[in-house]
Design a protein. Sequence first.
Length: 396
Amino acid sequence: MTDPAAPVPHALVSESLDAPQPYAPSLSPLDPEPQPPAPPTVTTYPLSFTGSAAEYFRIWIVNVALSVITLGFYTPWARVRTRKYFYGHTWLDGHNFEYTANPWALLRGYLIVAVFWGAYALSSQFPYRGSDWVIGIIAALFVLTYPWLVRQSMRFLARSTVHRGLSFRFLGTLPAAYMSYGLANLAAIFSAGLALPWAWSVQRDYQVSGVAYGSAQGRFRGDVGAFYVMALTGVALAFGGSMILGLLGLVLSGGLALSNLGSLNTQDDSFVNAILITVVAAYVGFFVLYGLAGQYVRGAIMKYVLSNVELGGVVRLGSNLNPWMLVWITISNYVAQVFTLGLLTPWAAVRRTKYVLDHIQVRAITSLDDFTAVNSAQEIALGEAATELLDINIGF
């Protein structure tokens, strides 16, 4: 049985869940022939989600009503109640997760962020003398503190996540945060998107490698090449698909124009209509396919990252979710929410969460009870509040 509290050599970490290393005896011919060590037993623990749309609807409708009545001040409590429900119905090896964040801590963070966001919005909508300075200072502060806010959000979220009575931790350093969410983002922008897959890879590596559970720390086993393949697939789907739709529109509209060649009065109009149909078809088709491609890339990245997470050399995650099924769930959820004026939002959230969690497995060569507790300091909630309030998506 491997003790996760003990240091594990790097070579053993990378191979601990794979086939055992070849055995090379160093005994003399007169010694008894040694037996190779038995391979470690790998146990698979599936994740499961037991929540229901009917149960969550009661929580959701109360959260919405109280948030509206209190002009948004109830939002931190709504967030905590929601996460408590989803965490509490997520099970691993007979134990559910817990979310232990303090709503008052979130409220303080929300108020700080709301003050800066309100000043920025007012200065933009109602210009006054010196408003440009206010807008510039707030924008510069956000850009400069964004990596720090991301790190604080991860630390707060990890500290608030508990399993088997043991809190997670996030050990990512501040310089690494500025590298992953500062320089990497700038590289993606100034390279016209060519460095974007590299930025995704660096950011996911920062997220996974910073996670710790007890004395075991995470490691990301993926490589940047896979992110470029997923990005190129998305580009091919968006641009290649829109070109095909445009050509089909051109053929159909061209046929319409040819059918009217016998009439000199309508010939010009038919040609103009053909061009308009082609342009509109290509324009609409591009944005539809762009949305589909974006959802596919997000789903593919989620599956790839979840399949390449390692914890302490003794635990690995796996995922067999289908990115295209996730695309269908996302789009159909959105359509259902629009046509029901948001009333099916709880159903959509439960549906997506259940699909994702039911397709994640945890493989371990040690009992999950063997992890040792490590105390971690209380984290401030400013980063969590900023990423929540400003709708910044930093998860994988």
